[in-house]
Design a protein around this ligand. Sequence first.
Ligand code: AGP
Length: 369
Amino acid sequence: EAAEKGGYEHFMLKEIYEQPKAVRDTISPRLNKDNTAIVLNELKWTKQYVEAFNKVYIIACGTAYHAGLVGKYYIEKLARIPVEIDIASEFRYRDPIIDDHTLTIVISQSGETSDTLAALKESKRLGAKTLAVTNVVGSSIAREADQVMYTWAGPEIAVASTKAYTTQLVTMFILAMYMSSLKGTISPERTHELLTELRHLPDQVGRTLEDVEPIKAFAKNYAYNNDVFYIGRSLDYYVALEGALKLKEISYIHAEAYAAGELKHGTLALIESGVPVIALATQKSVYEKTLSNIKEVKARDAVIIGIAAADDNELEKYVDHVIKVPTTDELLIPLLTVVPLQLLAYYAAITRGCDVDKPRNLAKSVTVE
Ligand code: AGP
């Protein structure tokens, strides 16, 4: 086993550090040389085929569901098709409205999650076209779906999903860009701009792993708190959900993610002196709004760790510490902001002496209901 860990203390840490390669392997075969087009040999869709969809469903569990939330944002923003997203165990029992103009996308690292597989079968039965985004070639979900896009993350052993998540995000981005190019919903200039950022993304993921000492220090400081809150708006909120799940599952610290604008509707009552709040603020259209939510939390004396892009010189004025990630297009920044959150969870769990790769009560793949 030690050899398989390649010198790392845990599979989770190894897999966090494999993300630049995993993301590169997922992007490279699908991006043309001059960054002007997505080439998806596995789909070969036509304009007519994509235009026939009047609704997309995304269905998944856990971390894959969090990747789906980002995927919904991408498809709606870039391809302008309405997307519904659901947790597989909810979807399969709620009599969903589906017909042959629906595209169902299921996301699953293992390709064996029983609720996701059942949701896929139910979608097919109701007439939807189905697409699986999975990491395991030949898995049950890959075999059941009409079409497959593989995330080329390589084997993920740790129960806590890391490189599967980042490759799922990038796959959903590639799919949304592909759909938008067929539909003509974004200009060639914007396409080129986004695909150039996509080309640089693996190196930027690598840069988020260069200086982990401050993250280790925060994790040590806050490892014995009972609660940690994660806040953000828009894409930052979806990354917050994933950061909170990581912390819960491996360190057993109670963690909650909230859409920052929702705090006032109840959760603000839980914020008291010394409570750690991780605040993500990378989305320009809601930046000022997020800042005012951060000020509300600060006024209750919370300890705030801000997560921002490298070119942000504003956030540090309002928070206690800032972790910066490289600057990229705000659509792609979730692939960078999630990395410090994975590391925070990892080092908090280590500090508490938890079994990082095999957290209590959890299995890598949930093949029973
Ligand atoms: C993530 O860290 C989890 N362990 C879990 O939420 C996982 O993502 C979920 O069970 C879905 O698994 P799948 O991707 O293999 O379907």
